[in-house]
Structure formats: structure tokens, C-alpha cells
Design a protein around this ligand. Structure first.
Ligand SMILES: Cc1ncc(C[n+]2csc(CCOP(=O)(O)OP(=O)(O)O)c2C)c(N)n1
Length: 1003
């Protein structure tokens, strides 16, 4: 058998104290005389090298051998002098006979021989030589240990197909300056688990078994030594193997065979249907089963799983315990003839979610866990932060401050994990205070191909998981053909997560028995791989062979083929019964939406849910104002903010001046908090507010500590959480959307820095926010704040792509608003929580209006009235006199207002559409009905004609106006870019637009 030590190592790992040579095996212990620094009778060069620095010096020497220029000139001279003395590959009475392949240690020829070690205590020079020799030997053994820990994974047997090549450095004895003769020397090793005294032979065997069998583990990127030590101890003490009994093994067989038979059954009964078979990766089922049980037994009560299509049906049936009859009914695609065809149409079966309670153990040992698989769009990996947001919300609802009672499990494909950027986003978010979930367990199902693409075309890294090395977390690679090794890494991953509250990664090496889907021919593109796969025995057979060769602890006869056949037969019978049930079902059951925490709210049509009062009392405003304007006595408010925020808000709260946008928002948050609502706002620079209007968190002017006034509204208030997010759109929006899914009573807001950047999160909008109710019957009350408005700030700071949102609007799937007053904003936010209706609310939020003197609201607007879908022109006393009606939304209203006042266009009415979708057409008609028939109605928007709301309004309005009012638009011209880069040009454009709006022609 080739020596596993024949692995290259480029120099050595970080030399650490820990391994000390004690003696050659069988010999008596030899004390050595002399003290460090007492080296005498050596060359001056050796004298110069203090004993404690020998390891360091030796490493430098190896560097020098590779490239003399890479070391300091002084060291160069020293080494050259030593070489002259016969050190380099020289002869002499070497204690550590160097192999020819190894650049011999410069010190070797100067140390004692093994014979000397065996002899009586040496006289001073000999003793020193012995000490040098032993120190060197110990250093080398330590480097060998580090070599295994760092690079052992490269030699682990991970690929069940045996086709993968990974870098193969050498970590042979020789590469560390050791020889076969050293194998029987006994070392005292404190930092390697097990007996503290062991021969080098035993040590090497332990390291090989731990790091080079069916598990490869990457931990060398961890600089947190506590994490490393914990992992090393857990792995080395067990040699990375679990002692599984015969009963345990039978259970694993049941899981593997359950997975196998389920796929075969689908194949036979629904030939030609896509199912994205798990075959080749059946170990995923015992992996998940163990993971769920171990988590349940370590205080986890809620698990949310995210995964893509591959193996999803199998996981649903065998882990989520979704009745197979339901899955079969979905295959039978029974159409509910009574269903409304405009309700969105659902999704394919391998994207659907499911949830269930699983119970492990009984009596006092009973552990219950609620398990849910999140619905999933086809877009791989985008569900990840949605799952994590859901878990964070569950933890917050549970009051789980250590974040150890709810756990996300994300299952990835190898190609997708390596390729999708959202992976890096979610890994980066994993330890941030506003987004951590106390660790996610990631499982990368590496079937060694992505659709038809080979790893060599899909990643530049050694492992598909290498991006995860950015975190201080372990990465376990495991051969999926060895379910016991799989169980071992599961235990390590769960325990690591629960102990250190960080992510852990398991890469399950397996293969894909069939094509990308069942109709695909994989050998067109991977002929060699698929010949190998065709010749492979199943995972069940591989495990049988293992069991035969490795009797379990506790004994018992080997498990037989007949026993496993019986398990398979029982499973087939069970599935036949389920199929009969499915055949009798008239329609597949619909997922329940409004159960549990959701029982009090609704989705569906807007008109089914009445408006609710959103005004508040003056006392409520005073209560919030007090909180907003009071800081602890020892808190030093920034001098500028004292005037701008504290004094100003006090005046607004007292009704001495109208409230601005920031005050409107603070009052909405504060009054909701006082009513017990949880408020979460997250986005880039959201604590202060990109435009410095919010200051939800204040920083002490002297020492920078923080104070959050809205946390101090009342004793029984809801939790207020405002977070500066990382510079990430998709990942964070997905997270907050996920949070809203599990926080139905809360106000959850994601804010874009500028609305324009929302396009970096478009997948989340298309695949989740706008369509999840139609696809999966899942509703969300998420609010998106998207700063929008043409203000001369250039193409990417002007436009939140209102047109795109409106284009996605149908069947009351979202609410889209462009609001003009702080009170409107206040009522919109309160209504979002108080109305028992959960729909995403997209708000085109303001920038210049934040400080516009006219964009303010008197206190009465908060204490009386409520949200207005449409604001008729309050200045029009006699509609019959109106000659032109301008319809608009958002900020341009104030430009029109100013022009009307300046030019005294008294016969023009300006009507604001505050909620664009759902459009309250009756209210609009009622507003227009006051004007004389034939009055031109003009849609005015500042955006280019191909953007903004024009296309949408032009679709909705003409049927409504029914020819009674001539209909036209004033917009900026069609444009590829949302806005000009020149502020002056912007001004000219804006003046012309406003002039045209009043029908006065271009200036
Ligand atoms: C974002 C995204 N891009 C492309 C696809 C199309 N697609 C579906 S599966 C697949 C291959 C995925 O490979 P891998 O991640 O290794 O998972 P596997 O299917 O092999 O289990 C691709 C490219 C997709 N669904 N999502």
C-alpha cells in the first residue's frame, strides 16, 4: 500500500509547540543536559541560532534552498557558511538521515545520532547536540501534524466515481525531514487528541484516519484558535468516525432504500415526467434525518429548509413526510375545475413548500421540531436569504436571543453554490447583528455536474465550496457513498453551529445517476462519467459491502441482501397504497395559507378587506414626540442635530409647525410601537437615513455611543429594530421579505439607498414579492421604500423604475404608491399593519420632498382623516370653471403647484394619484365627474415616456374616461437612460415639462 505520507507539502505549516519527542520506543528516557543558549563547541553560525529558534531557522533555510534571494542577506551568508560546513545534503553522522528527495536540513549533520540518544547521558557538547536533534524532530513532527490538518482533505477519498483530480501536494515523512526510522520514536503530543505519548507510526495512522479517509475537512482558514482546537479535538479523538450499531445501520439502510425506492417508483408510474431524481445522492436523506434529529435534540424547535429542485420530492416525502399520495396527485396533475383561472396558477410540484411537526424520542426524552420547506423559484440559490429571514423572524417571535432554537438548513447544488453571487452575499450577512440567525447549516450536494456543465467550466476553485472560506467556519467534504461518514460530519456541523452560532458547510460528494432531468441524455456531454456511473453499484450495495467488512461496535451478524430487499419491498408496498389514495383524490390539496400566526389576516382582492382608521389621538402624538425629543441626561446630542431634529420635532409634535417627512415616519413608527407592533427597518445607511432625515439612531457627540429614541416610547411597546445593512440589495431584500413572511403582525421595511439600485434585487421582486401569492399562496406585508424623483442627480439617482413595478401589478398582487405628504406616508405605514390585509407595499419615497416646505402636514392630518388613494385638488372651489385637469403622482405635483401659483393658472386642477395600484377607479371617476365633460385630462410625469406610470395609466384610464375627457400625456421624451447627467439640463427639461403640462408650449 502506498504510504499516504507520500504527499507533498510546500514547506511546513505554522510550527507550533505541542509535539515533543520523548524517546525512541522501547528505550529508557534520556534526560539531556545543558540549557538553551549554552550551545558550545558548535560552529559560530549554530551558536547564533538560539535553540528555540531552530524551527524558524529551518523554515528559512528551506526557503533559501528554493530561492536564496528570498531571505535576508545576513541569513544568506549564514546558510552559505553552513553549507560550506557540509550541511546541505552533505554526509556526516546525521541523526536524521535525509531522503534524497528532501533538501536536507542544514542542521542535520550537526545533531546527535539515534545511537547517541540511546546511549548514556551525554557530555555537554553531545547533550546539546541531542537536544538540538530532539527539538528539530519535534518541530518536524508538529509540522507533519499541521500538514495533515491543513492538507489532509486533498487526499481524502471523497469522489465515489474516482474521477476527480485535486491538487496533490506531498505530505510524506520525508517532506518534513522525517524518515521511516523515526516511526517508532515515541512523542509526547499534547495538542493531538488521544494518549499523550504515542509513536510517530500511531500518530500518522491517527492523522490519516482522521483527515484522509472518507471525510476531508478544511479548517486552516480559521484564525480563531478556539474553533480550530474544538474541531481538531472532536475529529482526532474519534478519528472522524461514529460508532454506529447494527440498529443504527439498519435505520440508515431504511433511509437510503426509502430514497432509492421512491425514485424508482416515480420512474415506473410516471414515466417521462420530470422529477429531478436524487439517485446517486441518496445519502442526502440519512444526512437530513440525522441533522433534523440532532438539532431537535439540541434544543432546536423550528427548522426552515431551503432547497432547489434536485431531490426535492424525495426530501418532501422522506424528511418532511409529505404524504406520497399528495405528491402522486400532483404528478397526476388533476385540475381543479372550479378554481378561478386568474388566481395565478400555482407552481410545478418540485418548487412547492410543506411543513410538519416531527417528533423524536418519547416521554421525558421527547423532542419536537417544526420542519418547513420553503417554496422555491427556479432561480437557484435566491431562496437562501429568504429562508434566513424567516428563521430570524421565528427567533424574534420566540424570544430566542441566543438564536439557537430555530435553525436554517440550506441545500445547494455544487454548480449553483460556486456560481451564484448571492451565496457570497448571504455568507457575508451571516454574522452581522441585523441579519445573523446564529448559523446556517449548508449542504452542498456535489453531483459533479451542473446541467451539462463540468466543474472545470463552472468554477475556478478546488472545491465548489471555496467561497465559504471567507468565514471562520469549517467546511466538511464527505464521500456520499459512506453514510456513516456522512453522519459524523452532520454531528460535527450541528454541534459547531449550536456551540459557536456560526454557519457550517457540508459538501456531499456524490453523482447524478440520470441526466439533468429524466428526459435528458447525460452521456452526450459526459460520456466517461456516465460509463463509470452505469457500472457503479448503488449506495445501498456499497454500504452493504462496508457493513460486511466492518462489523459494528456491539456486534451482530452482517446485514444481508435479503434484509435490505425486505426493506425495499415494504417501501414499495407502502407507496402502492399511497398511489391508490392519490388516484381517488379529486384535486390535490391546496397548501393552507392563513393558519397559525396568519389566521387574523387576508390576502386576495383588495376590495374584500375594508379600510381601517389610522388616525391617532393628540396624546399619542405627544407620547411619541416626548420619546423622540428626550435623551438621557448624560447623552450629548450632536449640536447640529439638536436644532435640526430634537428642537424641530418638539415644535412639530406640539403643532407649532407642520410635520416634515421624517417626523411623519417617526410618528408612524412610534404610534405603532406604542400599540405593541414590532417595527423592523433595514437598508443601506437606514439608521441615519441616506438623506440625513431620519436619525433613528443618535450618536453621542463625545464618545459615539448610541441612543435610539423610538426604543423609549412606552413600557409595553413593541420592539424597534433599525439596521444599517451591508452594501447588498438582493440578499438583504430577500432576507427582509423572508422576515415579513414569519412576522405577520409586524411592520417590516426594506429601504433602497436610491430606488435605482433596486434593480440589483430584481430576482427577489419578480420571483417572490410580486408572485409568491399566485405561485405558492404565501402573502407578505413587506414595505419597500424606494427613493425616486428627477432632481438633477444623474441617471442612477433618479428612478426606482416605477414602470417595472406597475408592469408586474395584476390581481391585486401588490400595492404601489407615490405619496406627496408626510401624513399620507404616516397613514400608509399604519394601514399596512392595522388593516388585516397582507400585501407588499412599494413606496416611491422622496428625496427633495424630505425638506420641501410645502411637503409638510399639519397635526390635524395625523389626528383626523386617513389614507387617501386619490387626492382631489383642494383649491378647486368650482369644478365647472376648470379648463384642464392635470393627473400626476409623487414629487412632480409640487413643481406643478409652484408653476400654477407663479403663473396664476387658476383654471387648472391638479389631482394626485397617491396609490397607483390597486387603482381606485371609482374614486378617480368621482373626482373627475365634477369637471365639465370634454375637459382635457393630462397625465403629467417627469420621467421619460417609456418609464414612470404613463404606460400603465394609458392602459387603465381610457376605458374609464370612456371618451368623455380627452386624454393625453406630458412626459420627458422616450429615453434609454432615466435622466440626464447635467443638473442644468435637468432644470431646463423640468421647466419645459411643467410649462407643457399647462398647455403653454415649449419655452
Ligand atoms: C439562476 C439560475 N440559473 C440557471 C438555472 C438553470 N439550471 C437549472 S438546474 C441547473 C444546474 C444546476 O447545477 P447544480 O447546482 O450542480 O445542481 P444539480 O442540478 O446538479 O443538482 C441550471 C443551470 C437556474 N435554475 N437558475
Amino acid at each position: 500500500m502506498p504510504n499516504m505520507l507520500e504527499l507533498e507539502v510546500n514547506g511546513a505549516g505554522a510550527a507550533r509547540a505541542g509535539v515533543d519527542m520523548v524517546e525512541p520506543a522501547g528505550s529508557k528516557n534520556h534526560e539531556t543536559a545543558g540549557e538553551p543558549g549554552q550551545v558550545t563547541g558548535q560552529s559560530p553560525e549554530i551558536d547564533a541560532l538560539a535553540l528555540d529558534n531552530l524551527g524558524f531557522a529551518e523554515e528559512l533555510y528551506f526557503k533559501y534552498l528554493r530561492d536564496p534571494a528570498s531571505v535576508d542577506p545576513e541569513w544568506r551568508r549564514t546558510f552559505a557558511a553552513l553549507e560550506g560546513g557540509g550541511g546541505r545534503n552533505g554526509a556526516g553522522p546525521a541523526a536524521l538521515l535525509p531522503p534524497t528527495a528532501f533538501p536536507r536540513s542544514i542542521f542535520a549533520g550537526r545533531a546527535a545520532t539515534p545511537a547517541a540518544l540511546d546511549g548514556p547521558p551525554a557530555s555537554a557538547p553531545g547533550a546539546i547536540q541531542s537536544r538540538i536533534s530532539m527539538r528539530l524532530l519535534s518541530e518536524r513532527v508538529q509540522r507533519l501534524v499541521e500538514g495533515y490538518r491543513e492538507m489532509g482533505h486533498l487526499f481524502a477519498d471523497l469522489d465515489p466515481l474516482g474521477l476527480t483530480t485535486r491538487p496533490s501536494p506531498h505530505i510524506a515523512l520525508q517532506d518534513f525531514g522525517l524518515t521511516e526510522e523515526d516511526l517508532d520514536l515515541v512523542f509526547s503530543s499534547e495538542n493531538v487528541a488521544g494518549p499523550t505519548r504515542k509513536t510517530l507510526r500511531d500518530l500518522v495512522a491517527q492523522l490519516r484516519e482522521t483527515y484522509c479517509r472518507k471525510i476531508g475537512v478544511q479548517t486552516s482558514h480559521l484564525h480563531d484558535l478556539e474553533l480550530q482546537a474544538w474541531l481538531q479535538s472532536r475529529m482526532e479523538s474519534t478519528r472522524n468516525r461514529l460508532p454506529l450499531t447494527r440498529e443504527d445501520r439498519i435505520r440508515i439502510f431504511q433511509q437510503v432504500i426509502g430514497a432509492e425506492v421512491f425514485e424508482q417508483f416515480l420512474q415506473n408510474k410516471f414515466l417521462g415526467s420530470k422529477r429531478f431524481s436524487l439517485e446517486g445522492a441518496e445519502s442526502l436523506i440519512p444526512l437530513l434525518e440525522r441533522l433534523v434529529e440532532r438539532a431537535a435534540r439540541s434544543s432546536v424547535g423550528e427548522i426552515v429548509i431551503g432547497m432547489a429542485h434536485r431531490g426535492r420530492l424525495n426530501v418532501l416525502a422522506n424528511v418532511l413526510k409529505k404524504p406520497a399520495s399528495q405528491i402522486f396527485a400532483e404528478f397526476q396533475d388533476k385540475l381543479d375545475e372550479k378554481a378561478d383561472l386568474s388566481d395565478g396558477g400555482g407552481d410545478v410540484k418540485y418548487h412547492l413548500g410543506f411543513s410538519i411537526d416531527r417528533v423524536f424520542g418519547e416521554g421525558s426524552d421527547e423532542h419536537r421540531v417544526h420542519l418547513s420547506l420553503t417554496f422555491n423559484p427556479s432561480h437557484l440559490e435566491w431562496v437562501n436569504t429568504v429562508v434566513q429571514g424567516r428563521v430570524r423572524a421565528k427567533q424574534d417571535r420566540l424570544g430566542d436571543t441566543t438564536r439557537s432554537r430555530a435553525l436554517p438548513i440550506l441545500i445547494h447544488g455544487d454548480a449553483a453554490f460556486a456560481g451564484q453571487g448571492i451565496i457570497a452575499e448571504s455568507l457575508n450577512m451571516s454574522e452581522l447583528p441585523g441579519y445573523t440567525v446564529g448559523g446556517t447549516v449548508h449542504i452542498v450536494v456535489n453531483n459533479q455536474v451542473g446541467f451539462t456543465t463540468s466543474p472545470s467550466s463552472g468554477k475556478s476553485t478546488t472545491y465548489a465550496t471555496d467561497v465559504a472560506r471567507m468565514l471562520q467556519i469549517p467546511i466538511f467534504h464527505v464521500n456520499g457513498e459512506d453514510p456513516e461518514a456522512v453522519c459524523q460530519v452532520v454531528d460535527l456541523a450541528v454541534d459547531f453551529r449550536q456551540r459557536f452560532h456560526r454557519d457550517a458547510i457540508i459538501e456531499l460528494w456524490c453523482y447524478r445517476k440520470l441526466g439533468h432531468n429524466e428526459g435528458d441524455e447525460p452521456s452526450y456531454t459526459q460520456p466517461v462519467m456516465y460509463r463509470t456511473i452505469a457500472a457503479k453499484p448503488s449506495i445501498r450495495m456499497a454500504y452493504l459491502a462496508y457493513d460486511g467488512a466492518n462489523p459494528p461496535p456491539g456486534g451482530g451478524p452482517p446485514i444481508t441482501v435479503e434484509e435490505t430487499d425486505a426493506i425495499a419491498a415494504a417501501k414499495r408496498k407502502e407507496l402502492e397504497g399511497e398511489l391508490e389514495v392519490a388516484t381517488k383524490l379529486e384535486t390535490p390539496p391546496r397548501p393552507s395559507t392563513f393558519a397559525g400566526a396568519w389566521a387574523k389576516v387576508k390576502g386576495g382582492p383588495d376590495s374584500n378587506v375594508p379600510e381601517v382608521p389610522t388616525n391617532v389621538t393628540t396624546a399619542a402624538i405627544q407620547e411619541v414626540t416626548r420619546a423622540l425629543t428626550t435623551t438621557p441626561p448624560d447623552f450629548h446630542v450632536h449640536p447640529k442635530l439638536h436644532k435640526l431634529i430634537v428642537e424641530s420635532r418638539a415644535q412639530m409634535g406640539a403643532g407649532e409647525k407642520p410635520a416634515d417627512w421624517g417626523m411623519g415616519e417617526a410618528l408612524a413608527f412610534g404610534t405603532l410601537l406604542a400599540q405593541g407592533t414590532r417595527v423592523r427597518l433595514s437598508g443601506q445607511d437606514s439608521c441615519r437615513g441616506t438623506f440625513s432625515h431620519r436619525h433613528a439612531v443618535m450618536y453621542d457627540y463625545e464618545d459615539g455611543h448610541t441612543y435610539t429614541p423610538l426604543e423609549h416610547v412606552s413600557a409595553k411597546q413593541g420592539v424597534f429594530e433599525v439596521r444599517d445593512s451591508p452594501l447588498t440589495e438582493a440578499g438583504v431584500l430577500g432576507f427582509d421579505y423572508g422576515y415579513s413572511l414569519d412576522m405577520p403582525d409586524g411592520l417590516t421595511i426594506w429601504e433602497a439607498q436610491f430606488g435605482d439600485f433596486v434593480n440589483a434585487a430584481q430576482v427577489i421582486i419578480d420571483q417572490f414579492i410580486s408572485s409568491s401569492e399566485a405561485k405558492w399562496h404565501r402573502v407578505s406585508g413587506l414595505v419597500m421604500l424606494l427613493p425616486h424623483g428627477m432632481e438633477g442627480q444623474g441617471p442612477e439617482h433618479s428612478n426606482a423604475r416605477l414602470d417595472r413595478f406597475l408592469n408586474l401589478c395584476v390581481n391585486d398582487n401588490m400595492q404601489v404608491c407615490d405619496l406627496t405628504t408626510p401624513a399620507q406616508y404616516f397613514h400608509a405605514l399604519r394601514r399596512q399593519v392595522l388593516r388585516p390585509y397582507r400585501k407588499p407595499l412599494i413606496i416611491m419615497s422622496p428625496k427633495s420632498l424630505l425638506r420641501h416646505p410645502a411637503a409638510t402636514s399639519p397635526l390635524s392630518a395625523f389626528t383626523e382623516g386617513g389614507f387617501q388613494h386619490i387626492i382631489p385638488d383642494p383649491t378647486v372651489k368650482d369644478p365647472a370653471r376648470v379648463k384642464r385637469v392635470l393627473l400626476c403622482t409623487g414629487k412632480v405635483y409640487y413643481d406643478l403647484l409652484a408653476a400654477r401659483e407663479a403663473h396664476k393658472y387658476d383654471d387648472v386642477a391638479i389631482v394626485r394619484i397617491e396609490q397607483l395600484f390597486p387603482l381606485y377607479k371609482d374614486e378617480l371617476l368621482e373626482t373627475l365627474s365634477g369637471f365639465a365633460e370634454g375637459t382635457p385630462v393630462v397625465w403629467v410625469q417627469e420621467e421619460p415616456k417609456n418609464m414612470g406610470a404613463w404606460a400603465y395609466m394609458n392602459r387603465e384610464l381610457p376605458p374609464l374616461l370612456a371618451g368623455s375627457f380627452p386624454w393625453s400625456a406630458v412626459t420627458r421624451p422616450l429615453s434609454a437612460s432615466p435622466a440626464t447627467g447635467s443638473a442644468k439640463r435637468h432644470s431646463r427639461e423640468q421647466t419645459r415639462l411643467v410649462t407643457e403640462a399647462f398647455g403653454k408650449g415649449a419655452s
